[in-house]
Design a protein around this ligand. Structure first.
Ligand code: KG4
Ligand code: ZN
Length: 375
């Protein structure tokens, strides 16, 4: 990789490609001379229908589905943006972490475009794309604390600057979205599990089912959801056969336990985030990833930031719109643009990486999931 100095840069137009899991996506984003971002197109095709019969994402089916439609999705994104190849300044694709077959489809396509049109190629870390999305949606610049909660990742990351990330905590077993998906599967609810659990939980009473708050009070801001998943299974087994009311109560109790656990862990990271303690400034907790769409989790985090100063400073919450919290290519194009104006060009020898931690200095914790690395 070649990395030049931050130039600030002129206006840049970047095509982004996302194929790391079960969404095939392409987007064109314009980064203005003032550093602001504008989405010119954002095309996302979800593969859920292809995977539904298997109760989860099947890597081979995912790779094939990406290969079958990616060129059409890119053509759509270019057409919707009203632009041509000659106007692009760079092409960015997710190169990891994720399912390797899909990553190869996306990065190889990006390389072909870069080669034919003589464009810089940006091989983007999917986690960096999630981490920088708030720069695109609300012009928020680092430093801030990121809570990333998705199907493959559950992390607390200090975003010092573009390219400088420090992991404060991660899950020691399952990712939060994975826990939602497994809870849904156990209760016979349709995939994707998060929205199903949330819908069922609306009619439930969380006080009717007692579940643990994993890791609460621990000094390291790590997460664990395997025990919670087991507790859900034991509660479900003890009540079988389950009525619709039982399912609703279990969903509500699971959502509450997970949300309170995440809020407790986030609070611990906020206490540790000394770099964000600047006189007169409000520190920002950014939430990204698919599970950030969950309303009970948003309420728990809202309650946390409104409860008063944490670590000696006031906090506010920043959550991108739901369609930019879940996987999309606008975040990849934006991360590409942010790196491009800093002089980066990964070139045609860039490689895909199933595992690719944002903070290379952080010790890996045990566990593997849909995206490979959770650590
Ligand atoms: O970020 P994302 O689209 O893909 C990954 O990078 O993993 O996140 C997908 C995850 C899935 O586990 C899905 O069940 C969960 O986000 N999810 C939700 C909600 N919407 C999506 N979990 C809880 N509540 C929701 N409303
Ligand atoms: Zn993601």
């Amino acid at each position: 990789m070649h990395t030049g100095g931050a130039s600030g840069g002129g206006e840049v137009l970047v095509l982004g490609i996302e194929t790391s899991c079960d969404e095939t996506a392409a987007s064109v984003v314009l980064r203005g001379t003032d550093g602001s971002g504008r989405i010119l197109s954002n095309v996302v095709r979800s593969q859920w229908a292809e995977h539904a019969a298997f109760g989860g994402v099947v890597p081979e089916i995912a790779a094939r589905a990406h290969a079958e439609c990616l060129d059409l999705i890119i053509a759509d994104a270019m057409r919707e943006a009203g632009t041509g190849w000659g106007n692009l300044h760079g092409v960015a694709a997710t190169a990891g972490p994720g399912l390797i077959g899909g990553l190869i489809v996306g990065l190889t396509t990006a390389k072909a475009i870069a080669m034919v049109h003589r464009l810089p190629l940006l091989a983007i870390n999917h986690l960096e794309a999630h981490a920088l999305t708030v720069g695109l949606t609300e012009g928020l610049a680092p430093p801030y604390l990121l809570l990333l909660v998705s199907g493959g990742h559950t992390q607390l990351v200090l975003v010092h600057d573009v390219g400088r990330y420090q992991r404060l905590g991660t899950t020691i077993d399952d990712a939060l979205g994975e826990a939602f998906d497994k809870t849904a599967k156990l209760l016979g609810l349709p995939m994707p599990g998060g929205p199903s659990v949330e819908r069922m939980a609306e009619g439930g009473d969380p006080a009717r089912v007692t579940l643990p708050r994993p890791m609460a009070g621990r000094p390291e801001p790590n997460f664990s959801f395997a025990g919670l998943k087991t507790a859900v299974r034991l509660e479900a087994e003890s009540r079988a056969p389950l009525s619709a009311g039982d399912v609703a109560n279990i969903c509500a109790a699971f959502e509450l336990a997970a949300s309170e656990s995440v809020a407790d862990r986030a609070k611990r990271a906020m206490q540790l985030a000394r770099e964000l303690r600047r006189d007169g400034d409000t520190a920002v907790l950014v939430v990204a990833g698919g599970v950030a769409a969950n309303r009970r989790l948003r309420r728990a985090l809202d309650h946390l930031v409104q409860s008063g100063d944490i670590g000696g400073v006031p906090w506010r919450l920043s959550i991108p719109p739901a369609n930019l919290c879940t996987d999309n290519a606008a975040m990849v194009a934006w991360a590409g643009a942010q790196n491009l104006v800093r002089g980066r060009d990964d070139g045609l020898s860039a490689v895909t990486r199933a595992r690719w931690p944002l903070d290379s200095a952080a010790a890996p914790l045990i566990g593997s999931g849909r995206h490979g690395a959770k650590a």
